[in-house]
Design a protein around this ligand. Structure first.
Ligand code: FE
Length: 205
C-alpha cells in the first residue's frame, strides 16, 4: 500500500469514481457484444432493477459494475465469433478489489462460475439465458460438474452472487429506461470510502 493511500483514501476514491464514469462514457460502453442493449445500458438496467427491488447497496453496485472488465480491459471484449473465453470477470475483479468490499468483488469474479453452477443445478435456468450467454457458456466450460457444484454451494457470498447473476440476465431489455450512471456513483463512492477506511483502520491496528 502506498503512503498516499494510507493518508487519504478520499482522493483514491475520487479517482476511482472518475475512472468509472469515463469507462461508462467510453466507446466500449456503447458496444452491443451480442445482446440487444449496449454494455452501459446492460449494467445500468441490472443496477436499476436492484435498486427498485430494495436490494442491498453492495448488490446494486455489483450489478452496476459486473461487466466493467469488458470496458477496463478492451482485450476482454466478447464477440460472437470468439473461439476462447476472455475471462472478463477476472479483469473486472482485479480492477475493483482495491476499492470495494469482498462481497462486490466476489459477485463480479464469480459471475461465470455461478452461471455454470445454475446450469448444473436448475434445469430451467438455461432457458432464461440469451443466445450470447449460451454461446459464451460453451467457451467457459459448460455446466459445472458435481464436485464443482459441491464446492461452489459453500461460497460465503452465494446469496449476493446469485442475485447479481439474475440481475445480469434481466438487464438485456431494449425497452427499459434507466437513470444515468451519475445516479449510482454516489453509492459507489460511499461504499468505496467505507471499505478503504476499514482497510486502513485494520492496517493501523
Ligand atoms: Fe453481463
Amino acid at each position: 500500500m502506498n503512503e498516499n493511500r494510507q493518508s487519504d483514501p478520499g482522493s483514491d476514491v475520487e479517482a476511482f469514481v472518475a475512472r468509472l464514469e469515463a469507462l461508462f462514457e467510453s466507446n466500449g460502453a456503447a458496444e452491443y457484444l451480442g445482446e440487444p442493449v449496449t454494455m452501459a445500458d446492460h449494467m445500468l438496467q441490472g443496477a436499476a432493477v436492484a435498486e427498485k427491488s430494495g436490494l442491498p447497496a453492495t448488490v446494486i453496485v455489483a450489478a452496476l459494475l459486473h461487466d466493467i472488465g469488458h470496458l477496463e480491459s478492451p482485450r476482454r471484449t466478447f464477440s460472437m465469433d470468439d473461439s476462447h473465453d476472455r475471462v472478463h470477470e477476472d479483469a473486472g475483479a482485479y480492477f475493483l478489489w482495491p476499492y470495494l468490499p469482498a462481497v462486490v468483488v466476489d459477485c463480479v469474479r464469480l459471475q461465470v462460475a455461478v452461471k455454470r453452477y445454475l446450469c448444473a443445478t436448475r434445469p430451467d435456468y438455461l432457458r432464461c439465458l440469451s443466445d450470447a450467454s449460451i454461446y459464451s457458456l460453451q467457451l467457459q466450460g459448460g455446466p459445472m460438474g458435481e464436485d464443482g457444484v459441491a464446492v461452489f454451494a459453500r461460497e460465503p457470498n452465494l446469496e449476493a452472487i446469485l442475485q447479481v447473476r439474475y440481475l445480469d440476465d434481466s438487464g438485456k431489455r431494449q425497452d427499459m429506461r434507466t437513470p444515468p450512471v451519475s445516479h449510482f456513483l454516489p453509492l459507489v463512492s460511499h461504499l468505496a470510502e467505507l471499505h478503504m477506511r476499514s482497510v486502513q483502520d485494520a492496517v493501523r491496528e
